[in-house]
Design a protein. Sequence first.
Length: 546
Amino acid sequence: MTHTLFSSLLFIAIYMAANGSANAQSFVMTQIGADRFLDDASDLDYGPDDYLWVSERDLGQLVRIDPETGARDNLIKISAVYSEGRQTGLLGFTFHPDFAGGMPYVYLSYTFRPGADLYQRIVRYTFDEDGTNGFLLDPLTLIDSLPASNDHNSGRLIFGPDGKLFYTIGDQGGNQGRNYCNQILSQVLPTQMEVDARNWAHYPGKVLRINTDGSIPDDNPVINGVRSHVYSYGHRNAQGLLFGSNGLLYSSEHGPDTDDELNVISGGMNYGWPRVVGFQDDQAYDYCDWSTATDCATLTYDKFSCPDGATFLEENTLTDTNYRDPLFAMFAVADDYDYNDPRCSDSWMCRPNVAPSSLGIYEGDGIPGWDNSLLVTSLKRGRVYRLQLDESGARIVGDTTQHFYTSNRYRDIAAGPDGKSFYIITDPSGNTSDASGVNRSSGLANPGTILKFSLDESTSTNVVGAETSLRVWPNPATDELYVELDAAVTASSRAELINVKGQVISLRQNLAAGVNQLPLGSLPAGVYTLKVFVDGGFMVRRVVVR
Ligand SMILES: [Ca+2]
Ligand SMILES: [Ca+2]
Ligand SMILES: [Ca+2]
Ligand SMILES: [Ca+2]
């Protein structure tokens, strides 16, 4: 075996978890490989061979990296991969569940361009450890000519416990940006005639379930009278997909400006997009279909207006009995939320979405208090959000906590085999938030590399935002809440009030050291979570309003 030694340097730093809970853990951060030793990485898996496998999206290259030394093998560069911009190229890959036991197959998905139009396909390669004639051999295309676009291709590919492949295919970025006159097809289902003709044009905005030979499983759901590869529909851009050992299928999904979603995916169900965002609550989102506007192509796109002739629909107009609300929305805002609030110096930062690039799960006892947690990587916030599942796996309990906070864009996460560590790939460029969590930054701390966070068992709890630095009263509260921050707090703090559905119903920028008054207005009585963000961490209090 020859290693391509791009870099075997290891950079080590102590990193404390930014986590408001009393039993917070601290982690040691190690950088594996130099800055930008990876091209735009899209998928990271801890391989059955104890290497870190990474797809380099733009180069169309699959590599594996020794997690101890950072030494790297370039396994294959696929010449058929077509890439332009940030949403195309080599998207995802996964291992056959019996990879080490006689089925040495790796499945990859990528965009290609045989003519004027873009497509994506899923291809199986056979791994040869010897590598003399190449590491990945004998490509076998499972499914070809899936729709692709310059935006929102998704591309998460996983194996289910049922031996089927599951694949997310995004909404192609319709109804926004440069594709603003393209109809979103997430609610449009394939017809029998299309399936018979192997025409997959209506697959955007779906989760697909695929036999390992590419055919349609006999037990796939019949939706609208048709059995196809479509397993679920109504998706926007699901870049996270995994099965828990409880057998449930989870996805994470980018919301438009609010309501990034976590979903439990069930066969045949409709997850709402573009008719519903987050919960079906008619808050802070309506669907305006620009593709139906009069002379759409002559208009200038503006996401906060709806042009003449365009179909306009509130969330409550979706009445599909297959509709399912998400497990959690991160993070939702109320109807009166001003996306262009003049108090907010940067509207991109002030939008409540986190840009969830992938989803991981932690199952085990190695990190006390973390068993059965979903882990969401954020491009926009440079951190991992941890959501605790209950025993059924179908409900989130407790508060969202934040970990591994650095000024980076996190692309994907993989748990290490020791049950006490995580690996995260970072983007080589782009915007994220700075250490305060409030300001936009393009100065990435660790661009284009792999960060390892290992539980630090040698130190006692040392948490950003110690319990003593926040006082909240009265509790219960009626008309207003007083929030006192200690004198060391910078002026860049902010507060969120979150209801039991996980929706941010009130957001206050620029809390100052000392006493701050938060008017509660006409909030419904109930239990709320107050989150105060300070110095790269946050603190949480339960607040009763009556
Ligand atoms: Ca992965
Ligand atoms: Ca993968
Ligand atoms: Ca949804
Ligand atoms: Ca909603």
